[in-house]
Write a protein that binds this ligand. Structure first.
Ligand SMILES: *Cc1c(COP(=O)(O)O)cnc(C)c1O
Length: 353
C-alpha cells in the first residue's frame, strides 16, 4: 500500500524548539508540528502538517456547546538502536472510529489517521526521549466545528494529531476508593467511547475521593454499584488465589483498553488463568478477608501498569504489600521488553517508522 503524503509546511529553522529531556511536562509540552484536517461536504480535506499553534474557532462551534469530541492516546518509543516504534496504533485507529460512530461523527480514513501519524512522528522523532519509561505521547482527536447552536450532528469536523514527550506516570503506587454513589457509564450510554464528556463527568467524584486522600476511584456498575468496572483512564485487574480477573466488556460500560488486551494475551502466554467476567465488591472483600486477594493493578497507555497499594470499600481498607506483588511487575517488564526490543515482538504489535 502506498503511503499517503500529507503536505508539510516547514517552520523556519530558527523557530524550531528542541526537546529538553529534563524539563518537560507530560500533557503540557508539545512538539513543533501538528496534523490538521477538515471534514467538509462529506469528505476529509485540507490535510496538512504545520506549526503547533492555537486554533481559530467560531464561538458557536458545535463542540463548545454539545460535546461532540473524541480522542485517542497512543505511545511511540525509541529503542537503543534509534528504531522508532508505535505500540498497536491500529487498535486505536479502530477504536477511534467506534467512538466516532457512537458520537454521530464521521469515520476518519486510514491514510489520515495512520499514515498521517507516521509522517508526523517521523518529522518529530527527535522529540522521543530515550530514557527508560519515556515515550512520545500521541493524541489524535476530532471536534465538531459547525458554527451552529442547535442540537444536531455537526456538518463540519476537525481532526488533529498532537504529540508530546512523556515520562514515567503514576510512579507512586495508587490509593483507590471504590465509588458507589456516582456513575461513569451506563448500559446504552457512551462508556465504551473515548468521548470528552465522559472525562468531564468523572471529575466531581474523583475530586471528592482526592479530598479523602485517594488518588482515583474504582467505578462500579451504574445499576447496582455492585460490580467493579475500571479506574480513571485505566482498566483494572485483580489477582485472586493466583488467577487474574478483569471486568468483562459486554455491558459497554468499560473502555476496551489496548493495554488490557495486550495484558490478557501476555498473561495467558505466561501461564496465568485470566478471567473476563463480572467481579463484585463482595467477592473482592471476601477474597481479602480470606487472604486470597493478592494484587490489584491498573493497565492503560499512560502508565502502562500502575501498582495499587490501597483499595477502600468505604471504611473497609485493603492494603497491599507491593514487595509481594508478582503478576503486575512481571507484566510490566514483559510489556517493556517487547516495546524496547529486548524480547521478540511475536504478536506484530510494534509498528516501525
Ligand atoms: C483510554 C482508557 C483506558 C485505557 O485504554 P488503553 O487503550 O489501554 O490506553 C481505560 N479506561 C478508560 C476510561 C480510558 O479512557
Amino acid at each position: 500500500m502506498s503511503v499517503h503524503n500529507i503536505p508539510f509546511i516547514e517552520m523556519p529553522k530558527e523557530q524550531l524548539r528542541q526537546l529538553d529531556a529534563k524539563n518537560f511536562y507530560f500533557g503540557k509540552s508539545f512538539t513543533n508540528y501538528m496534523l490538521e484536517a477538515d471534514y467538509i461536504n462529506g469528505e476529509w480535506t485540507n490535510a496538512v502538517i504545520k506549526k503547533f499553534e492555537p486554533l481559530q474557532l467560531d464561538p458557536s462551534s458545535a463542540v463548545l456547546h454539545y460535546g461532540q469530541s473524541i480522542f485517542e492516546g497512543i505511545k511511540a518509543y525509541k529503542s537503543a538502536t534509534d528504531q522508532v516504534v508505535i505500540f498497536r496504533p491500529q487498535e486505536n485507529y479502530k477504536r477511534f472510529n467506534i467512538s466516532a460512530d457512537r458520537m454521530q461523527m464521521p469515520a476518519v480514513p486510514e491514510w489520515l489517521f495512520m499514515d498521517g501519524m507516521k509522517q508526523l512522528i517521523k518529522i518529530e522523532q527527535d522529540w522521543i526521549p530515550k530514557e527508560a519509561d519515556h515515550s512520545l505521547y500521541i493524541r489524535p482527536f476530532m471536534i465538531a466545528t459547525d458554527p451552529f447552536i442547535g442540537v444536531r450532528p455537526s456538518a463540519l469536523y476537525k481532526f488533529m494529531i498532537i504529540l508530546g514527550p512523556a515520562g514515567p506516570y503514576n510512579v507512586e503506587a495508587m490509593k483507590i476508593l471504590i465509588e458507589k454513589n456516582y456513575t461513569r457509564a451506563t448500559p446504552g450510554g457512551v462508556g465504551f467511547a473515548k468521548n470528552g464528556g465522559n472525562y468531564g463527568a468523572s471529575l466531581y467524584p474523583v475530586v471528592l475521593a482526592q479530598k479523602k486522600g485517594y488518588d482515583q476511584v474504582l467505578w462500579t456498575d451504574a445499576l447496582e454499584h455492585k460490580y467493579v468496572e475500571e479506574v480513571g483512564m485505566m482498566n483494572v485487574m485483580f489477582v485472586i488465589d493466583g488467577k487474574v480477573i478483569t471486568p468483562s466488556l459486554e455491558r459497554g460500560t468499560v473502555l476496551k483498553g489496548v493495554t488490557r488486551d495486550s495484558a490478557i494475551t501476555l498473561l495467558r502466554e505466561m501461564g496465568y488463568t485470566v478471567e473476563e467476567r463480572n467481579l463484585s465488591i463482595d467477592e473482592i472483600v471476601a477474597a481479602h478477608k480470606s487472604g486470597k486477594l493478592e494484587e490489584v493493578f491498573g493497565v492503560g497507555t499512560a502508565a502502562v501498569v500502575s501498582f495499587i497499594s490501597t483499595l477502600a470499600d468505604g471504611d473497609y481498607v485493603m492494603d497491599f504489600d507491593l514487595t509481594k506483588s508478582e503478576v503486575a511487575p512481571k507484566l510490566k517488564k514483559k510489556l517493556n521488553d517487547i516495546r524496547t526490543g529486548v524480547e521478540v515482538d511475536d504478536h506484530g504489535w510494534l509498528v516501525k517508522i
